[in-house]
Design a protein around this ligand. Structure first.
Ligand code: ZN
Length: 195
């Protein structure tokens, strides 16, 4: 399989962004830093909120700017561009999603640091071949698991009452633009994030 088939995928670049931000933009990375999460303190929680919100705004605003402001793309379904009010609504709910992901990340880090959930420390990953193999295999399996989870959870939130009160916010976007992909009601966001 040519290397470009692996590199030229969104999954690859999402993995690259996730790994780089985990190493370079993570207040809990390296040494004993993970144990800071034993206690809820702004010194490690605030950088997680700022990183997730910052990356979200930069990533989606980049595509919005290049594809829609600079008009480097054609309109797929409708010749008109989405109204500014629609884009602002999508920005708002996407950023609310980033706040929720951050809260879940903080909760998980706290559960790991206090021993309530099992985890493998950064140093333990390279301590044995067995640990390294488990780390690599779980990393490769995650996108597959995520797709299967997303399929079933997406079917679930299309059941009528959930769709009407929760997921219809996302599908108000009949003419998708970059900010519409993650424009979700907080409950819909919760079902998708927790995989
Ligand atoms: Zn849907």
């Amino acid at each position: 399989m040519p290397l470009k088939n692996f590199v030229c995928t969104l999954q690859f670049w999402w993995f690259f962004i996730a790994a780089a931000s985990f190493i370079y933009l993570n207040p809990l990375f390296g040494g004993d830093n993970f144990m800071k999460a034993e206690h809820f303190e702004a010194s490690w929680m605030a950088p997680i909120f700022m990183r997730n919100l910052g990356l979200t705004v930069v990533y989606y605003e980049f595509w919005h700017h290049t594809l829609y402001r600079m008009k480097l793309s054609d309109r797929k379904f409708k010749p008109r561009w989405p109204a500014p009010g629609v884009v602002m609504r999508n920005r708002f709910w996407t950023c609310m999603g980033a706040v929720q992901w951050s809260a879940w990340e903080i909760m998980y880090a706290h559960m790991f640091a206090t021993g309530r959930l099992p985890f493998m420390s950064d140093t333990a990953i390279t301590a044995s071949w067995d640990n390294l193999a488990r780390f690599v295999l779980w990393t490769l399996f995650t996108p597959i698991y995520r797709q299967v989870h997303f399929y079933f959870i997406h079917r679930l939130i299309h059941i009528r009452p959930l769709y009407k009160y929760v997921h219809s916010l996302h599908h108000k976007n009949t003419d998708p633009e970059p900010w519409s992909g993650l424009c979700m009601h907080p409950i819909g966001e919760c079902t998708i994030v927790l995989y």
